[in-house]
Ligand binder design. Structure first.
Ligand SMILES: [Zn+2]
Ligand SMILES: [Zn+2]
Length: 346
């Protein structure tokens, strides 16, 4: 079968590999869709420790597909022909985080396309522990493979969203007009917030506005715009999906009393600590929150959003490709052409 594999820094190749077979407790999925994530681009551009010419890794952690093979001992719930989505973070199952339902915070978690072979391939093998821990998500007829694939990053946005206690009428700012910023904007709008998206690139903001006309956009430093819009009160919610220390620090003076800030994107370790004015947290009673990845429950929840038409989950997908166009697709994603890029399989 064809697989898109990382061989090291700057080196991804579309290669023939052996099709996986289902051993005891395992399932093989025929991939229906696999989406490209910023993480894939970073791994391509910067490499990944442990991945080299002799230890290549198949990329792809945002995916869905059809069961084509079921190994002995797999729970009878799963049958050939079933359509499944996948929460790609597999916890150890026994640590405190795992037993509290937060397997995405498990210190020993594994993830498809990160430290085990992923789904930018015609077939992907699902290991027994992932199946028994509920990582597979049965898809209703109303959910397409591409929706189930982008439900993974959407569930990460949803994780951050849940920390911000969003109420109808809140003023919310999202910094970063990429795919993640677009998903945050959709969730905030769904909850009844008034949504402003900020980015350095006006072109990206225009693209987002064309897809989601309900959002307001402001390029560059948003401070003056935010204060004017909110009558000098400031923001109730700010989501920083951008890895820049100065941007994180600049959010606090823009917050209203009781405002909630979510640091969604990590900052490179060599740029920590980020100086923030803690008096603003104190005197304005702000809540500073963070989020990373998402739980299985959160991903099942956003798949429901697609199933029930509560949110236009596929609305962020601007480009679709066959796997044979992998390098074109990766290049477009890197160059910020469009929003979300997805491999679609027959
Ligand atoms: Zn991702
Ligand atoms: Zn664990």
């Amino acid at each position: 079968m064809l697989a898109l594999r990382l061989f090291g820094k700057g080196d991804v190749r579309l290669v023939e590999v052996e099709k996986p077979a289902a051993g005891p407790g395992e399932i093989v999925l025929k991939v229906g869709a696999a989406a490209i994530c910023g993480t894939d681009i970073r791994m391509w551009q910067s490499g990944k420790s442990g991945v080299d010419e002799n230890h290549p890794l198949t990329l792809g952690h945002e995916f869905a597909g059809t069961v084509v093979e079921v190994g002995p001992g797999v729970p009878s719930k799963y049958e050939i022909g079933m359509r499944l989505g996948m929460q790609p973070n597999i916890g150890c199952g026994i640590c405190d985080m795992c037993v509290s339902g937060r397997q995405h915070l498990c210190p020993d978690y594994r993830a498809f396309g990160i430290n085990m072979d992923g789904a930018m391939a015609e077939f992907v093998k699902i290991p027994a522990d992932a199946i028994l821990r509920g990582n597979l998500i049965p898809l209703g007829d109303g959910v397409s493979f591409e929706e189930a694939a982008v439900a993974e990053p959407l569930s990460c946005a949803y994780n951050g969203f849940t920390k911000c206690f969003v109420k109808p009428g809140d003023w919310a700012l999202v910094v970063g007009a990429g795919p993640i910023g677009a998903m945050h904007a959709q969730l905030l709008n769904m909850a009844g917030a008034r949504v402003i998206v900020n980015d350095l690139s006006e072109e990206r903001l225009d693209m987002l506005k064309a897809l989601f006309p309900y959002i307001e956009t402001v390029p560059g430093n948003p401070a003056e715009y935010v204060m004017r819009k909110t009558g000098g009160r400031g923001l109730d919610v700010a989501i920083v999906a951008c890895p820049v220390p100065a941007v994180q620090a600049a959010m606090l003076p823009l917050m209203n009393y009781g405002g909630r800030v979510n640091f969604f994107g990590g900052v490179p370790e060599d740029r920590q600590p980020v100086p923030i004015n803690t008096n603003l947290v104190h005197y304005k009673e702000l809540y500073l929150t963070g989020s990373t990845r998402s739980s299985i429950a959160q991903m099942r929840k956003v798949v429901e959003f697609a199933e029930q038409g509560l949110l236009d989950v596929k609305g962020v997908i601007t480009h679709r490709y066959p796997l044979s166009d992998a390098l074109l697709a990766l290049g477009n994603a890197r160059n910020a052409v469009g929003i979300k890029h997805v491999f679609a399989f027959d």
